[in-house]
Design a protein around this ligand. Structure first.
Ligand code: MTE
Ligand code: HPA
Ligand code: MOS
Length: 767
């Protein structure tokens, strides 16, 4: 089935926050944010801004009737900075005006004076100073310390990973208008309508039932709207409550890039020990996570890093320590993969380092250590229905990887200017929120008496196709034409206490809740059909809009059945609740069974590096991915392709640069390069692994949203392998691998590389 949004998207008719027709009298807001990363605010002169024609109000922390607090997990984040600012981009003032243009002009008139304080942007420096957001987290199994002496080989190293900007096409924004009796209606571009509702209630000092949050769809979220969409929603609600007017706030791209947090940069140390036959016996890792100025989702992200520390491998002795470091950057936040890519990249770097030192292909070490059925993840969960070896083998066979490796060797012998590299990237990703209590969802199904359906769930559509999947679930449950079903907006008044649509579990949690509601309706309708046909309920089936009795078609259609059910006063509305069974976790001990299941896959990358220029091309990516029994293969393959390209961007060209003063230098699309169509691999194959699915995945269809981003590191190691064909000494692990870094890495001794103008001339001549 096609994505139900495809026509709307292509014709431009799909509605986003900014498409909502504004009400008469709507006011527009912009945020004045801290121009420095760490300072004591000594003065704030708002007079000129207040007096600017068309300005309605200038709001600060003093205008908050409830608490000046928006921290999601830990209450450590102010809505408005008061005496001190902790990062460049932190909101201090909200300017509300008749138009956005006026608000922007007035913003320029605000004068702030401050005393600068010491700025820390480096996580290791923060850790040295004891600046931690939470106490260190340690997960372990066995004791690596005792095992080093038993290892034949032991290697150590350090790894740097930069962050990543979400660059959702639709920036953060919200629109609020007052309803009667102090109630508020909020439209928000959020993955987490309940978080917006809860936090608005806290800041405004009202109760949750006074706030209705509605979301039609997002122009992308990628985790960036799991927590950080809350602030704009609270800001418009605050202004709307005070002024009793509709208020709209949509971040400009530049404001969005400067104010919001990103994927966490990590700086890490590893130690890996192997036996003579390349079994990994022992692994120790310390992560310095750059958390930014407050916690945001960092505690949960830390846990997911720790859960994915050993990627797809069984290692008997493991110890992982994570320091979540407080720096003067915007609070870093959820981003597709949620800390897992960082953990897995360090593991793969350790393997690459060992392979390089031992003069064996990394794939040999990778393959030898892949998880088997019943192996223990070091956090205590037993690996079940393990498909990692199957994806690895299918990939090697189907895409002739041995032959490809030989072709690459021949190519490298024959070519001086171009070198090719191959790398494999196995992935294993746990499905469930790492916070157990979040693994629940609800759905509301109305069957209208003309036979059409209105379906509401807690799932947010952000391009990943969850609405199409919900529609498929309902159509399948009743065996009716999908055209009868409408997926309603996500609305906190219809479906309450929603978990964010995140952790790749939107379809699983909401789809299973929807099945619960549909199955209850189905039972009721079967009883009613049985009474109409003078039969018993177990003899009734619904097949393609017809009622069947003992396997035979009757002339009772879906529409007739529903009309009759309504006239006979049968309840045609049902509410479903689902909570993932089985899962549990003891955070203190670092042990339990946190995931409903795991998603597996393996990718192979072939890249070609131009050793004169340092530029490279991804020639081919082949993937064998475990979708389970996919509900919608078109959507799921689209998710793999999109996540792969996003992962390639993360590992190659997307380079976030801050100066020492904590100012983001790459704060626009001219300085921050994201993948375009030319960055998509020339050849990209995705083969679904043949499996029966998983009982805890919705209708056997495994979660797909985040896992394929984890293939990204494969491109990094493929580039490194190509580089080592030219400079075998190259041994640093520092992502992203920009062409600049490639060039520096190819000619480490060559001073001229540091002088771009000269180098360019010299290279042009050689050509
Ligand atoms: N796909 C698109 N097109 N846009 C997005 O914003 N977000 C990703 C992924 N795929 C995203 C996407 C992230 S971070 C998650 S957690 C999942 O979708 C969330 O949706 P799901 O749980 O329904 O898979
Ligand atoms: N993934 C995404 N978001 C989350 C998680 C998670 O595991 N836990 C809490 N929020
Ligand atoms: Mo996704 S990072 O869990 O929103």
């Amino acid at each position: 089935m096609k994505n139900i949004d495809s026509k709307g998207h292509v014709t431009g008719k799909s509605l986003y926050l900014d498409d909502i027709p504004v009400r008469q009298g709507t006011l527009h807001a912009v945020v004045f944010f801290s121009p420095v990363a760490h300072a004591k605010i000594t003065g704030l002169d708002l007079t000129a801004a207040k007096n600017y024609p068309g300005v309605i109000d200038i709001m600060t922390a003093h205008d908050i009737p409830g608490e000046n607090q928006i921290g999601g997990i830990i209450p450590d984040e102010l809505l408005f900075a008061e005496n001190e600012t902790d990062f460049l981009g932190q909101p201090i003032v909200l300017v509300v005006a008749e138009s956005e243009r006026i608000a922007r002009r007035a913003r320029q008139l605000i004068k702030i004076t401050f005393e600068e304080l010491e700025i820390v942007t480096d996580p290791r420096k923060a850790a040295e100073k004891g600046l931690l957001l939470t106490p260190p987290s340690i997960f372990s199994m066995g004791d690596p310390e005792k095992k080093w002496s038993r290892c034949k080989y032991v290697f150590e190293g350090s790894v740097e990973q930069a962050g990543q900007e979400h660059l959702y096409l639709e920036t953060q924004g919200a629109y609020c208008y007052p309803a009667e009796n102090g109630n508020l209606m909020v439209h928000s571009s959020t993955q987490s309508p309940t978080a917006a509702q809860r936090t608005i209630a806290k800041v405004l000092g009202i109760s949750m039932n006074q706030i209705q949050v509605d979301v039609v769809r997002l122009g992308g979220g990628f985790g960036g709207k799991e927590d950080q969409a809350t602030a704009p929603a609270v800001l418009v609600a605050l202004a709307s409550q005070k002024l009793e007017k509709p208020v709209k706030l949509v971040f400009s791209r530049s404001d969005d890039m400067q104010m919001t947090g990103k994927r966490h940069p990590y700086s890490s140390d590893f130690k890996i020990g192997l036996s003579s036959d390349f079994k990994i016996l022992s692994y120790e890792v310390t992560y310095y996570q750059n958390g930014g100025a407050s916690n945001d989702l960092s505690p949960a992200i830390s846990h997911r890093t720790l859960f994915h520390t050993t990627n797809s491998y069984f290692i008997p002795d493991v110890k992982a320590t994570l320091y979540s470091c407080k720096t003067n950057l915007p609070p870093n936040t959820a981003f597709r993969g949620f800390g897992a890519p960082q953990g897995m990249f360090v593991m793969e770097s350790a393997i690459a380092k060992a392979a390089m030192e031992l003069h064996v292909p990394a794939s040999l070490i990778q393959k030898r250590n892949l998880l088997k059925e019943n192996d223990l993840f070091y956090y205590g969960q037993k690996a079940r229905q393990v498909n990692i070896r199957k994806t690895w083998k299918t990939l090697c066979d189907e895409y002739r990887l041995q032959e490809k490796q030989k072709e690459i060797e021949t190519f490298n012998q024959r070519n001086k200017i171009y070198k090719k590299g191959l790398a494999l990237m196995p992935i294993t990703f746990g499905i469930s929120f790492t916070n157990i209590s979040m693994n629940q969802a609800r759905a509301l199904v109305h069957i209208y008496h003309d036979g059409s359906l209105g379906v509401s769930t807690g799932a947010i559509e952000m391009g990943q196709g969850v609405n199409t999947k919900m529609l498929q679930v309902a159509a399948h449950a009743f065996s009716i034409d999908p055209k009868r079903i409408k997926i309603e907006s996500t609305n906190t008044t219809r479906v309450s206490n929603t978990s964010p649509t995140a952790a790749s579990s939107g379809a699983d949690l909401n789809g299973n809740a929807l099945l619960v509601a549909c199955n209850a309706l189905l039972l009721r309708l079967k009883s009613f059909a049985a009474s109409m046909l003078g039969a018993t309920k177990k003899d009734i089936e619904f097949i393609k809009e017809k009622v069947y009795l003992k396997g035979k078609e009757t002339d009772l259609t879906w529409e007739k059945l529903i009309q009759q059910a309504f006239l006979n006063r049968v309840n045609l509305t049902e509410h479903g609740h689902y909570a993932t069974p089985v899962i549990h976790f003891d955070v203190e001990k670092g042990k339990g069974h946190p995931f409903a299941y795991h998603v597996y896959g393996t990718a192979a990358f072939v890249v070609k590096v131009d050793v004169l220029r340092g530029i490279y091309e991804v020639e081919e990516v082949d993937i064998v991915h475990d979708f389970g029994d996919s509900l919608n293969q078109t959507i799921d393959i689209g998710q793999v392709e999109g996540a792969l390209v996003q992962g390639i961007g993360y590992m190659t060209m997307e380079e976030l640069r801050y100066n020492n003063e904590g100012k983001l230098l790459s704060n626009s699309l001219s300085t921050y390069k994201v993948p375009d169509i030319y960055a998509v691999p020339k050849v990209l194959n995705v083969t679904p692994l043949k499996t029966t699915g998983h009982s805890l995945a919705v209708m056997g269809s495994k979660a797909v949203g985040e896992p394929p981003l984890l293939y990204g590191p494969g491109v990094y190691f493929a580039i490194q392998n190509a580089m080592r064909e030219f400079n075998p000494q190259y041994a640093s692990f520092d992502a992203p691998m920009t062409p600049e870094k490639v060039l520096m890495g190819l000619y480490p001794q060559n001073k001229s590389v540091a002088e771009p103008a000269k180098t360019e001339k010299r290279l042009l001549k050689t050509e």
